[in-house]
Design a protein around this ligand. Structure first.
Ligand code: FES
Length: 106
């Protein structure tokens, strides 16, 4: 199973094993990782799953979808590495993925 490193805004880390096919948002919810609410259930409509992808992982996670990009335009503290965690689906190529949560989400 691929693993995800979640890093809370305050620096606390969570290393989670997730079944392939699970979104990064769902992995956080299922494992009670603070800082990701996923209010819309992964429909790319709420922005409460905003994460910063570690720059070394950006080539593997791919780029934002159009609707994801539009939603992130309204998010606070958006960075180049910002993604919506519900739009990143885990597979073995993402084993070890590292994401950080923004300041507003804790
Ligand atoms: S869970 Fe709502 S945008 Fe990701």
């Amino acid at each position: 199973m691929p693993r995800i490193h979640f890093v809370e805004f305050g620096g606390r880390e969570h290393l989670i094993d997730v079944p392939a096919g699970t979104s990064v948002m769902q992995a956080a919810i299922d494992n009670h990782v603070p800082g990701i609410d996923g209010d819309c259930g992964g429909e790319c409509a709420c922005g409460t799953c905003h994460v910063y992808v570690d720059p070394t992982w950006l080539p593997k996670t791919g780029t934002r979808t159009t609707s994801e990009d539009e939603l992130l335009n309204f998010a606070a503290a958006t960075q180049e590495s910002s993604r919506l965690a519900c739009q990143i689906r885990m597979d073995d190529t993402l084993d070890g993925l590292r994401v950080r949560m923004p300041e507003g989400q804790h």
